[in-house]
Design a protein around this ligand. Structure first.
Ligand code: C5P
Length: 315
């Protein structure tokens, strides 16, 4: 009998998120510079111990632990469940499996927590089932599950093009230190993209691929990453979704200001938010800034973490 397989998978912050126009398929072309950071979920896959009416193993069964566990769906609304089903279907095998997520990444927080669980479940099931899916195929399955899932598998630092799923690994010259301030309640990614389109239309710039310029990565930002230069990176951080996230959650302005007042080099909303990310000089500044943010009363909690870190891996 095969035992359990546990995969550790990191959160991400977008150091640049340049959003192009809305495409005919509803997605947006991106220049998305991802950095994997040291907040992790753990996904454990174990053999199914249940049967459905037809004698099969009855599909994936999910349990979740952690402070936000109540906010995580346990059915097919969970990307980890969909990941296990997709892998089973690809290999023509029974999808029965027990999945457990030990959740530490903020839920619906703009840090790719759901995507991390999908990448973790894919790798955990592939290992448990011995299906030995080649890495490029695993990446393709990740892309079917969601735009950020390939990066959760790969980790490190990468430029995501297309809707974010076409990855080019990036070189980094050192470790960058961050503080992440989480908010009460998440933001829906589709809502944030829709609001971004609405704000652009209201400003007279249009919202479609024809009216919005192609998103491009900042060469100065890629250079700062390559040199491990936090001060230079601080001047280049950019998130086109930030005005939309702040429009939906105006209280984020106070969080961003509190982190800057505490001495952070720069502040931005992480992805579609509402988590706010603060770049700091070193680990000690991270501890101090996190303390000041917690004391400010402008966030639920604040935690230091650094990156780049490795992507999904069996532990
Ligand atoms: O790919 P994923 O399922 O994570 O996307 C969630 C939603 O976010 C999409 O349905 C779409 O509304 C929006 N999105 C987008 N453009 C992207 C990525 C996501 O509009 N590049």
């Amino acid at each position: 009998m095969t035992g359990s397989v546990t995969v550790r998978v990191p959160a991400k912050v977008n150091v640049q998120l340049a959003v192009g126009g809305r495409r005919p398929d509803g997605f947006h072309d991106l220049a998305n510079v991802f950095l994997a950071v040291g907040l992790h979920d753990k996904v454990t896959a174990s053999p199914a111990d249940h049967q459905d009416d037809r004698g099969g193993a009855g599909g994936p069964r999910l349990t979740v632990s952690g402070p936000d566990a109540d906010h995580v769906p346990l059915d097919d609304g969970n990307l980890a469940v969909r990941a296990a089903r997709l892998l089973a279907e690809r290999h023509g095998r029974d999808p029965g499996v027990r999945l457990h997520i030990a959740k530490d990444i903020p839920v619906a927080g703009g840090m790719a927590g759901g995507s991390a669980d999908a990448a973790g479940a894919l790798l955990a099931c592939d290992t448990l089932w011995g299906t030995r899916t080649p890495y490029p195929e695993l990446l393709a399955l990740c892309a079917e599950l969601g735009s950020d899932v390939p990066f959760s598998l790969a980790g490190g630092a990468a430029l995501g093009r297309g809707r974010g799923e076409l990855l080019e690994p990036l070189e980094t010259g050192g470790t960058f230190h961050w503080v992440f301030a989480t908010a009460d309640g998440g933001l829906s990614t589709p809502d944030v993209y829709r609001t971004c389109d609405r704000l652009r239309e209201a400003a007279g710039g249009g919202a479609t691929v024809e009216s919005v310029p192609d998103p491009e990565p900042s060469l100065a930002l890629l250079d700062a990453l390559r040199r491990g230069d936090a001060a230079a990176l601080a001047g280049e951080l950019a998130n086109d979704l930030q005005p939309a996230a702040v429009a939906l959650r105006p209280a984020l302005n106070a969080t961003l200001e509190a982190g800057l007042a505490a001495g952070a080099l720069a502040a931005l909303v992480s992805g579609s938010g509402p988590t706010c990310a603060f770049l700091v000089k070193d680990a000690e500044a991270g501890t101090r800034t996190a303390q000041a943010l917690r004391a400010s009363g402008t966030c639920r909690t604040a935690r230091p973490a650094s990156g780049p870190v490795r992507g999904a891996e069996v532990v």
